[in-house]
Design a protein around this ligand. Structure first.
Ligand SMILES: *Cc1c(COP(=O)(O)O)cnc(C)c1O
Length: 463
């Protein structure tokens, strides 16, 4: 039975009209887009679940902040407002604004990683992986086994497999491990959370071997909500306290503020130790790539809205509604017998496309098939998180097989209503009924060398 929808912790003041194209028009649009949903125009999508990144609706306070933004080149008051917010929430001494998450990676990673070194993570997000590789490093994912079984309901499926991580460190030699990255929540594993216990254990191993621990912090608030909900000793702790403790275990963080900080653009690098020699290097890189270190590629108004959003993301009523949307959607999928990464994670529902299309091999991208079907069926735009996104082995050029073939329904924050969610479920049910009729997936006709899923062209594989 479907669970109850948690009512919104806000009301709507400004609306944005949507239109839905006819099925014939949608089939033309997706063909013209070379079956890559990133090539579609947003006006041709009825419900846009491509990403929860930067697609958030800002609050009245944030929009007021936009007017208050101080656009001075150096030392703007909006910069200091952001610094104060980050120090207060995360307890880190040095705060570097940047224009988005990958900019944080681009500025920081070359300072930590050199050619031939390894970076270990519970799971690397795609841009994070790309920046490790661009710095000459190699990525090793070390997520717990449960994450690889989408139908197994276990808490904290985003955790690091600490035993495996230690084994890799001793095999490769601790001097060859440049960094450990904890992605919270674990985006690529389906927005699955990381427990406080796991973070503590990873931190202890990093301390033992002297390896810097970095948090990939895009979903700091959603992760804290899961810790409170599912980790016994945190039941009565405030979300803010949980965040502060979580970050106390790491040395630095990179953050895409386009997720839990509920803004449309922004990113942050945080360094816990204000005396760390890396800070001067961060400033130098930032000045070269992003802009002077008191704005880092952001407008004053962006920093102002971000400073406010960092707090709004922590509001417990909001988080209950937000995670409630995922739980509501997931319970409807349970009723319909549609498999997804369970239990549902923080920022979206990750449909198990391998279960939907067992007849389609990984190299014909079953999750891309489902993404295209959702668009054709109902004008819903989603994103493949599977072998198509993973790409080719950087050494051999061969197509890699992903651990999962997910079609991600990413839910933008404070944007869609219960009726929208019901509409999405109806589309999935209709698609599932016809799933056995689809015999083949897609092949790539053109791809760039890195982060290919954003730009590649595809065509249907024929009999
Ligand atoms: C979105 C994201 C990034 C990259 O951030 P952008 O703002 O898109 O550049 C990095 N890591 C994780 C976990 C993310 O979700």
């Amino acid at each position: 039975m479907a669970i109850k929808y948690v009512p919104e912790s806000f009301r709507i003041k400004v609306v944005e009209p949507l239109r839905i194209l006819s099925r014939e028009e949608r089939e033309i649009k997706i063909r013209e887009a070379k079956y890559n949903l990133f090539n579609l125009r947003s006006e041709d999508c009825y419900i846009d679940l491509l990403t929860d990144s930067g697609t958030n609706a800002m609050s009245t306070e944030q929009w007021a902040g936009i007017m208050r933004g101080d656009e001075s080149y150096a030392g703007a008051s909006s910069y200091f407002k952001l610094i104060d917010a980050v120090k207060d929430i995360f307890g880190y001494d040095y705060v570097q604004p940047v224009h988005q998450g990958r900019a944080a990676e681009k500025v920081l990673f070359p300072l930590l990683i050199s050619k031939g070194k390894y970076a270990i993570s519970n799971m690397f997000f795609d841009t994070t992986r790309a920046h490790v590789e661009l710095a000459g490093g190699r990525c090793i994912d070390c997520v717990v086994k449960d994450a690889k079984n989408p139908s197994k309901r276990a808490p904290f499926k985003g955790n690091m497999d600490v035993g495996k991580m230690e084994k890799i460190i001793s095999e490769k030699g601790k001097e060859n491990i440049a960094i450990v990255v904890m992605t919270i929540t674990n985006n690529s594993a389906g927005g699955q959370p990381v427990s406080m216990k796991n973070m503590r254990e990873v931190s202890a191993v990093c301390n033992k071997y002297g390896i810097p621990l970095i948090i990939d912090a895009a979903r700091y608030a959603e992760n804290a909500y899961f810790v409170k909900r599912d980790e016994e000793e945190y039941k009565n702790r405030a979300i803010g306290d949980i965040v502060k403790e979580m970050f106390s275990y790491a040395d630095m963080f990179t953050m895409s503020a386009k997720k839990d900080a509920i803004v449309n653009m922004g990113g942050i690098i945080g360094v816990k130790d204000g005396d760390s020699p890396i800070i001067l290097k961060i400033k130098a890189n930032c000045i070269s790539y992003e802009g002077f270190y008191t704005y880092g590629g952001l407008s004053g108004r962006d920093m102002e809205a971000l400073a406010i959003g960092l707090y709004e993301g922590l509001d417990e009523d909001y988080l209950k509604y937000r995670i409630g949307q995922m739980e509501y959607l997931a319970s409807k999928l349970d009723d319909a017998g549609i498999a997804y990464q369970a239990p549902v994670g923080g920022h979206g529902v990750f449909i198990d496309a391998r279960a939907m299309y067992p007849q389609i091999p990984y190299f014909e991208f079953p999750a891309q098939v489902l993404a295209v079907e959702l668009y054709k069926e109902a004008g819903i735009r989603t994103c493949e998180i599977g072998s198509y996104m993973l790409g080719n082995d950087p050494d051999t050029g061969e197509q890699l097989q992903a651990e999962f073939e997910f079609t991600r329904l990413a839910i933008p924050r404070r944007v869609y209503t219960q009726a929208h969610l019901d509409f999405i479920v109806d589309a999935l049910i209709a698609i599932k009924e016809r799933a056995h009729e689809i015999k083949h997936g897609y092949r790539i006709t053109w791809e760039p060398p890195i982060l290919r899923h954003f730009q590649a062209s595809l065509e249907p594989v024929q009999e």
